[in-house]
Design a protein around this ligand. Structure first.
Ligand code: 5CU
Ligand code: ZN
Length: 391
């Protein structure tokens, strides 16, 4: 991909994150994950987010305040995470016309109930101001204070819906603490659907560290298992639980954009559907349901969009097929910036990122460069679905 493009079709990044400076200050003040820590000898402070990074954090902390740990925990907190000018530079470098920016994980999930509401207001207002400073180039998905009482969450939704550049909300899979199939979450999901705010569903919690084994805990496999396997499996389980609990039927106007092309859903939807049909209890419920039970495939095609952050045309084709006839219209390009920078950091971060190229090449590989399908996935679909018409 990269500049300059002959085509006038818009390129839109629907999966791109920032931490506004006030959020970084919260992370700097914390003693448990998520947190930001500086270590002697390291160029950037370290951003430590995931449970899988706790063993390395503990080793680093036990080496003492003056010592450089042999393995630095987490990832560098580069200038890309909080800087708006860096986001715009990244967009320009990669030929991205419009970004729908979202707070990165773990959002406000860890905040005490009393501070979650005001923090959501402050963060969403910051995103709104960033967008207003670059009209037509930036929109955002708002963060919700899910640990706060229900009234505070509902007021936060109303606040977000009234912000002119807000195009949805970003949510993790924990819901109010018991997942997205929790009946107590239904009023929140209904409020989002009524406000026409789609959910961008994004993983964070992954799988328990024990699943990955002792070598992973000792750092031998880096971040590969939690990010490449834990994240997509988390998304798959969360959405399947919603489906099994009937959430999509209870809130039929709810729309969701799933990160990383829906995790394993495009590949596993057939097996999920077959397991339902062959499960005595669910099969009976399905046959007597009125209106008739929609299949997993139908829900995917009616209420779900998928991003194209999958890094290969094999995965991308599966996503497009899972999205059904005309499925290319439900799949949208993203970068996951500022995660996955070029290895080595420094000046390289100002150039073209391999992680972005892999995703744009996957779109070209799946559809052919410059075809209507490719242009839709690269931006046209997002313009329509998220109404990115420049207001
Ligand atoms: O590299 C990572 O850990 C991440 C992350 O935490 N969140 C994300 O969106 N992408 C990559
Ligand atoms: Zn992401």
């Amino acid at each position: 991909m990269a500049q300059p493009r002959a085509s006038k079709a818009k390129v839109v990044d629907v999966h791109t994150h920032m931490y506004p400076p006030e959020y970084i200050r919260i992370l700097e003040s914390r003693l448990t994950i998520p947190l930001v820590r500086s270590f002697p000898g390291a160029t950037d402070p370290r951003l430590i987010l995931l449970d899988a990074e706790v063993p390395a954090l503990n080793v680093a902390l036990s080496s003492g305040p003056a010592a450089t740990p042999s393995v630095l925990p987490g990832r560098p907190l580069t200038r890309h995470f909080a800087s708006l000018s860096q986001k715009l530079h990244f967009m320009d470098t990669h030929g991205i016309d419009i970004s729908i920016v979202s707070l990165a994980n773990p959002w406000l999930d860890f905040l005490p109930p009393a501070t979650a509401g005001p923090t959501a207001t402050s963060i969403n207002t910051s995103f709104s101001s960033m967008c207003a400073a670059h009209p037509g180039r930036l929109y955002f998905f708002a963060a919700l204070p899910l640990t706060a009482p229900q009234e505070a969450i509902l007021s936060s939704i109303a606040h977000a819906a009234a912000l002119p550049y807000c195009r949805g909300v970003i949510l993790g899979t924990s819901g109010l603490g018991s997942g997205l199939d929790d009946p107590l979450l239904l009023p929140i999901l209904r409020a989002l659907a009524t406000a026409s705010l789609p959910i961008f569903l994004h993983p964070h919690y992954g799988l328990p560290n024990a699943v990955f084994g002792p070598l992973a805990a000792a750092g031998a496999y880096g971040h590969v298992l939690p990010l490449a396997i834990g994240f997509p499996v988390e998304t798959t389980i969360a959405v399947t639980r919603m489906y099994l609990a009937g959430v999509f039927d209870a809130v039929p106007s709810l729309r969701m954009l799933l990160a990383h092309s829906g995790g394993c859903l495009p590949f596993l939807a057939g097996r999920i559907e077959s397991c339902i049909v062959h499960d005595g209890h669910l099969a009976v419920l399905g046959k007597t349901a009125s209106p008739p039970r929609r299949t997993v495939w139908e829900v995917l095609r009616e209420q779900v969009y998928l991003d194209a952050v999958i890094y290969s045309n094999v995965g991308l084709k599966a996503a497009v097929q899972a999205a059904g006839e005309g499925g290319a219209g439900r799949v949208m390009f993203g970068t996951d910036h500022p995660f996955f920078p070029p290895v080595g950091g420094g000046e390289g971060e100002d150039g073209v990122w391999e992680s972005v190229e892999l995703n744009s090449l996957a779109v070209e590989g799946a559809f052919g460069a410059g075809t209507p399908g490719a242009e839709g996935v690269m931006g046209g679909n997002a313009v329509e679905v998220f109404r990115l018409f420049g207001e």
